[in-house]
Structure formats: C-alpha cells, structure tokens
Design a protein around this ligand. Structure first.
Ligand SMILES: CC(C)(COP(=O)(O)OP(=O)(O)OC[C@H]1O[C@@H](n2cnc3c(N)ncnc32)[C@H](O)[C@@H]1OP(=O)(O)O)[C@@H](O)C(=O)NCCC(=O)NCCS
Length: 152
C-alpha cells in the first residue's frame, strides 16, 4: 500500500460514489442522488467552503485506487477571530483499515488548517463507534460536550 492524500478532483466522482454509498450504509441512511450530486458540486466549487480529500493507493490501478475520503468545513466561531473547522465525514475502505489511512486523512485536514491559520478542528462520532475512537483518542482530545438535535 502506497498512500497519498490529495484534494478531490472531478475525475474522482465515480470512485467517490462507491465509497459514499458504503459510508451511507455504515450510517444506515439513504441520501438521495440529487443531494449527493449537490454535495459533490459543493466540494469541487472553489467558492463553497466545503472541502474534500481522497486517499489514493498508487499500488492499485488508476480508476480503482481511491481507498478513503474526508470532508470538512470551516466556520465562524464566536470566541476567536479565526474560523474553526468541523470535520464532517471520514471513511476508509474495509480492506485497508488499520493501516494508517484514517490517520493520514485526519492529518491532511490538520495540515490544511495550518496553511489557513486555523488552529482548531472538531468532530462527532457515535458513542458506540469504538473502532473510530481507537484512532481518535490518538489524534485528538475527547471533550466534555454532548450533542442535542431538533428537526424543525
Ligand atoms: C474509523 C476509520 C475511518 C478508521 O480508519 P483506519 O484507516 O482504519 O484508521 P487508522 O489505521 O489510521 O488508525 C487506526 C488506529 O487505531 C488503532 N487501532 C485499530 N484497531 C485497533 C484495535 N483493535 N486495538 C487497538 N488499537 C486499534 C490502530 O493502532 C491505529 O493507531 P496507530 O496509527 O497508532 O497504529 C475506519 O475504520 C472507517 O472508515 N470506519 C467506518 C466509517 C466510520 O466509522 N467513520 C468515522 C465516522 S465518525
């Protein structure tokens, strides 16, 4: 496995869609194709502050070598002048898990933040997602916050 992380590009769409679908299955949710298209469009639009990166295994054939992705978005924070970043989605193909790809994708977001002068990244995970937390405890600190949600 020879992994590098790079920004998502237009030609990645078909490979991204395969992983995105698996990610949606993981979350037991359905995302309509029109919404997925909108998200894809936003990630590639330089005017929209939603970003995506993919993990590429150069040992695999071009066109079948994307093994993970991460998305993130910066936003205002009322207690700092600088934006902070919400790490939104993270997914690694099952067959390459526990090989450092997830860590590399998170580090890519950290590097992006440093370039942008942003000093804080945060994200959520389900309390029972122990597999993800095995990684998260190594790259971040668990906070005291819990999340509330209400659909209006
Ligand atoms: C969570 C996820 C992204 C992690 O990706 P990954 O590529 O497997 O993660 P990494 O290999 O970079 O990190 C694994 C770390 O966890 C540790 N780890 C993994 N399994 C472990 C185990 N059974 N016991 C102890 N530590 C373990 C590894 O030691 C590794 O740390 P290291 O880099 O210091 O060796 C991946 O499992 C995934 O896509 N899961 C499904 C979707 C998901 O949960 N997404 C996150 C939603 S918040």
């Amino acid at each position: 496995m020879a992994i590098s992380i790079r920004p998502m590009a237009a030609e990645d769409k078909s490979q991204f869609l395969v992983l995105w679908e698996k990610y949606n299955v993981f979350y037991k949710r359905t995302v309509a194709a029109a919404i997925t298209d909108k998200t894809w469009e936003r990630m590639l639009d330089p005017q929209t502050r939603l970003y995506g990166a993919v993990a590429v295994d150069s040992d695999l054939a071009p066109g079948a070598n994307i093994v993970g992705f991460v998305t993130w978005l910066p936003h205002f924070y009322t207690a700092t002048v600088e934006d902070i970043v919400y790490l939104h989605d993270l997914y690694v193909s099952e067959d390459v898990r526990n090989g450092g790809v997830g860590r590399s994708l998170i580090n890519h977001v950290y590097d992006w933040c440093k370039q942008e002068g942003i000093t804080s990244v945060y994200w959520h995970t389900q309390r029972f997602n122990h597999r993800a937390q095995l990684l998260y405890t190594k790259v971040a600190n668990l906070t005291d916050f819990v999340q509330y949600k209400h659909d209006v």
